[in-house]
Design a protein around this ligand. Structure first.
Ligand code: UDP
Ligand code: MG
Length: 309
């Protein structure tokens, strides 16, 4: 690990209240760790004084690099842009608002020195967030875990360290609707959880509007699960089977000369037709799913180690 370099990636969207304090604390932590480092700020189309502050910080600190978007593209793309620019042997992704305590980076780096490819922050407690946010987040992560084929760890955000070889795989995944923590889980590699208490925002308000949060939640499910598509087919098959069973019962009743109302015959007739319709929707879904997979253009496989090549 001698001569290694670390890249800290910090997305920024309208964060004039926190930027200076945040930089000081992060810079101090990075300096203390003992490797060369760069801090890459990605200004995600801020409309306040963030860019002005970043210019000043960059002028006084050669280890600071700044990329600035032409408009707001969203947190996930800002982080991606920082990863594209990073030169380090390990990349660390952190929010600017000090909710992810920068001091935890040191633990992540130690895990990395001990061979971890990914060291991800796991929130054991979240301070200063509403009950509703904590509750919905907790439900969401559990639903996602149940639905997804990738092992997405519970209660983690994007706060993490990734080794260069993991970053190189990220660079190859150019899907547009990104859910970075899911992509990271999908890749595999040796991932080590680092527990931490998520603090309150240092200043300012959340930049994740409800709309942005819903978009992220959808990207997580749609990008990493085909369950919603297959569900439709299963539902159709279930309804069809039930209707056929009902018909069987009606026919037996008819043989035993018990009269069954015509309405019931009609109801189950319609249900059968609907069920068949859903089955065909499910089949279309299966094709769509494969098209979607091809479009995402993810690497087919990821080699983690090679011997005697
Ligand atoms: N952010 C961004 N673009 C956006 C929204 C947020 O770059 O469109 C940044 C923001 O500046 C912060 C991080 O993403 O560094 C997380 O945002 P925030 O703290 O507002 O989200 P929360 O912690 O409330 O979920
Ligand atoms: Mg935050």
């Amino acid at each position: 690990m001698q001569n290694a370099m670390l890249s800290l990636i910090v997305p920024v969207y309208n964060e004039e209240e926190v930027l200076e304090t945040s930089f000081k604390r992060m810079d101090e932590v990075m300096r203390g760790i003992g490797y060369d480092y760069e801090i890459i700020y990605v200004n995600d189309g801020s409309r306040d004084k963030s860019m002005k502050i970043l210019r000043k910080i960059a002028k006084d600190n050669p280890q600071v690099k700044v990329r600035s978007f032409s408009r707001n593209f969203g947190h996930q793309l800002a982080v991606t842009c920082g990863m594209d620019a990073a030169q380090g042997d390990a990349l660390i992704i952190i929010d600017v608002d000090l909710q992810d305590p920068p001091e935890v980076i040191e633990d992540m780096v130690r895990a990395w020195e001990n061979g971890a490819d990914i060291a991800y922050g796991k929130r054991v407690k979240r301070q200063g967030e509403t009950f509703l946010k904590k509750f919905t987040a907790s439900c969401y992560y559990r639903v996602l875990k149940a639905m997804s084929a990738a092992e997405i760890p519970l209660d983690t955000g994007d706060f993490r360290l990734i080794d260069r070889r993991v970053a190189d795989v990220f660079l190859k995944m150019r899907e547009h609707n990104r859910f970075l923590r899911g992509m990271s889980a999908w890749m595999g590699f040796e991932a080590v959880p680092i527990e931490f208490v998520r603090n309150e925002r240092y200043a300012g308000k959340t930049k994740y509007t409800l709309k942005k949060m819903i978009k992220l939640a959808m990207d997580g499910i749609i990008g990493f699960s085909d369950r919603p598509l297959t569900l439709c087919g299963y539902f159709g098959a279930g309804v069809s089977a039930l209707s056929l069973l009902a018909f069987l019962v009606f026919i037996i009743l008819a043989i035993c000369s018990v009269k069954v109302s015509g309405l019931l015959w009609m109801f189950f007739g319609l249900a059968l037709l609907m069920g068949i319709g859903f089955v065909f929707l499910g089949i279309q879904g299966a094709y769509m799913n494969r098209m979607y997979d091809e479009l995402k253009n993810r690497p087919l496989y990821i080699v983690a180690e090679e011997l005697n090549f």
